[in-house]
Design a protein around this ligand. Structure first.
Ligand SMILES: Cc1cc2nc3c(=O)[nH]c(=O)nc-3n(C[C@H](O)[C@H](O)[C@H](O)COP(=O)(O)OP(=O)(O)OC[C@H]3O[C@@H](n4cnc5c(N)ncnc54)[C@H](O)[C@@H]3O)c2cc1C
Length: 281
């Protein structure tokens, strides 16, 4: 096995061009588990956690660009938490402090599990994923990036360089349920983000489909009936949004949960998050 540790983005992309089938390793919290368990074999490994260009973020007050190598331990606190509170809330639910000090957002995007905690938030925020190879760069909407469970639009030789989310002005949050309260992969998860200036509500569901699912009908209903300035959304509309989210879910039975429970859980989580977004009834 060859292991390369590039220290610049150019060197990393050149290494990818030379070995397009290489295994990219960032924090290793997914990759090492797969290698150690024999579920993945690697002839070439390219370690990207010493590439400075991947480990920076920028915010101009309108949008926040987060390098793929930024760890969840940094995303869970200010200043990033102030600009993307739902992403920070999701970050705080990832594994344990030890995992969050190694796990990167680029790794979560690279694995692209429907249970990945960062992903419903990226979906709800209509994030853009920035990709690069030695030959070109491209920007892909998150909705077009995630193709299926652990299947992405990444082409051989491409790296995730960063992800950009808008800085919205409204309540936003994330919640998940699992088989216990901590150190748990989500059996169902929901992100809700609101934006007062555009009177919009966005709802994304995780772990209840092959990809992260949006709920356009529930979003439109909530936005049409919410009073954004007074923080009000009637109980009847809120319950209908929960029902619409349950209908949008496409869960399966697996070793973590049943489809019936998952569908019920996203309905409950959507109701809870909408009540937090609009607390005055
Ligand atoms: C004990 C434990 C608990 C966990 N708990 C959770 C949890 O609660 N929630 C959750 O969402 N996840 C959890 N995970 C999974 C994991 O921590 C996350 O998915 C994490 O974000 C992966 O990041 P990483 O940097 O470690 O990625 P790595 O393991 O290094 O890589 C993951 C995948 O992404 C690819 N990749 C990495 N960086 C790039 C890049 N820049 N460009 C292209 N591809 C790239 C890799 O090739 C690989 O396929 C847990 C893992 C463990 C071991």
């Amino acid at each position: 096995m060859s292991v390369l540790v590039p220290t610049s983005l150019d060197a990393a992309l050149q290494a990818m061009a030379n070995a397009p089938d290489a295994t990219v390793l960032a924090g290793g919290t997914d990759v090492m588990v797969e290698l150690n368990s024999g579920h993945r074999r690697a002839q070439h490994v390219i370690v990207v956690n010493r590439v400075p260009e991947l480990c920076t973020w920028q915010c101009d007050g309108v949008s926040l660009r987060i390098g793929a190598g930024i760890r969840y331990a940094e995303i869970e606190r200010d200043p990033i938490a102030g600009w993307a509170p739902a992403l920070a809330e999701a970050a705080r639910t990832v594994g344990s402090p030890q995992i969050r000090h190694a796990a990167t957002i680029g790794g979560n995007i690279g694995t692209c599990s429907p249970a990945g905690d960062g992903l419903p938030v990226l979906s709800a925020l209509d994030a853009v994923v920035h990709l690069a190879s030695s030959a070109s760069t491209r920007n892909v909407a998150f909705a077009d990036f995630m193709l299926g469970p652990k299947r992405t639009a990444l082409l051989p030789g491409e790296l995730v360089v960063a992800v950009t989310v808008p800085v919205l002005h409204g309540w936003q949050g994330y919640a998940k349920v699992g088989v216990r309260n901590a150190m748990v992969i989500a059996t169902a998860s929901v992100a809700v983000v609101t934006d007062v200036p555009t009177s919009s509500v966005r709802i994304a569901l995780g772990s209840v489909g092959p990809v992260i699912l949006r709920c356009p009908e529930a979003e439109a209903l909530a936005a049409a009936h919410a009073n954004f300035h007074d923080g009000r959304l009637g109980d009847d509309v809120l319950h209908r949004c929960s029902e619409l989210a349950m209908q949008a879910a496409r869960p399966i039975d697996d070793h973590r949960s049943t489809a019936i429970y998952r569908r019920h859980a996203v309905g409950v989580l959507v109701g809870r998050l909408l009540r937090r977004a609009f607390p005055n009834g």
